[in-house]
Design a binder for this molecule. Structure first.
Ligand code: ATP
Length: 267
């Protein structure tokens, strides 16, 4: 389990992610290499964005990719759930934001990940609006201090970019916007393969073919993870119910995926 607001190097690897190649390449350029070879970038005086917004439908890998970036770069990762910064007394939210950035600097190189970042930048109700505004201002102050936050990269994630205050999305703040789409039919196969890395899949199962099936249309990465889990469950139940306990039921077979597909629909 993760400890809220504390840093660690995540164990998610690029191989755990299916598809999203373009985003991976962008982060490779914008973050990973800059952390690995800081001197080269200093030498040439490169000026590149350090703030990013991942946006798109839920469950398509935003959190996963942010963690993989940190893992790949050997950087610390701080995971913040946007709304939790709001559940504070007046004044505490700003302090929490300041503390977060200072903690990130202390353990740099560091990726500061704000999930549901829209919560920090939308107005709701009068009182809430006022608190959000102060919090937003503090966030902008921290983001604008980019020069002083060597080795700290900020990634925000949202399903609702349209409700966000434009001021946050300006260059120098969360200036680099990256869309994380629902997977295509081929990408669904790649995601299933990534999810299958640690599972005993029968050699006759063609995960790419499953990904292309009509029943998989519009499934997100999270839906595909649920599908994989249902298939594994079907296999485990078949095995535990069988009296013979032959080695036959030791793998996840096409029949198990077929059972699983009847239970999963796009979330
Ligand atoms: P939300 O907007 O709901 O926070 P998200 O885009 O951050 O969603 P993740 O938390 O990264 O989505 O994904 C949820 C789970 O779905 C992951 O833990 C993983 O099991 C699976 N998943 C999603 N996308 C992918 C992907 N591209 N490759 C492999 N697994 C994926």
């Amino acid at each position: 389990s993760r400890r809220e607001g504390f840093s660690s190097i995540p164990n998610v690897k690029w191989e755990d992610i299916g598809g999203l190649d373009l985003i991976r390449q962008e982060f490779e350029r914008y973050i990973v290499r800059r952390i690995k070879y800081p001197d080269d970038y200093k030498e040439f005086g490169v000026d590149l964005e350090t703030g990013f917004l991942l946006y798109g439908p839920p469950g398509c890998g935003k959190t996963l990719i942010a963690k993989a970036v940190a893992n790949e770069a050997g950087a610390n990762f701080i995971h913040i759930q946007g709304p939790e910064l709001l559940n504070k007394y007046v004044g505490e939210s700003e302090l929490a934001v300041r503390t977060l950035f200072s903690r990130a600097r202390t353990c740099s190189p560091c990726i500061l990940f704000f999930d549901e970042v829209d919560a920090l930048t939308t107005k709701r109700g009068k009182e809430g609006g006022w608190i959000v505004e102060r919090l937003l201002n503090q966030l902008l102050v921290e983001l604008d201090g980019a020069d002083q936050r060597q080795g700290v990269f900020v990634i925000g994630a949202t399903n609702r970019p349209e409700v966000m205050d434009r001021a946050v999305l300006r260059p120098g703040r969360l200036g680099k916007l990256l869309y994380v789409p629902l997977p295509s039919s081929n990408e669904r196969g790649l995601i299933l393969k990534a999810l299958a890395r640690k599972k005993p899949i029968d050699v006759n199962v063609d995960l790419c073919a499953i990904g292309r099936m009509e029943a998989c249309e519009n499934l997100s990465g999270a839906d595909l993870a649920a599908l994989m889990n249902e298939a594994a469950l079907a296999a485990a139940e078949e095995k535990s119910a069988s009296t013979e306990r032959t080695s036959d039921a030791l793998t996840i077979k096409l029949s198990h995926f077929e059972t699983a597909l009847t239970k999963i629909s796009p979330s």
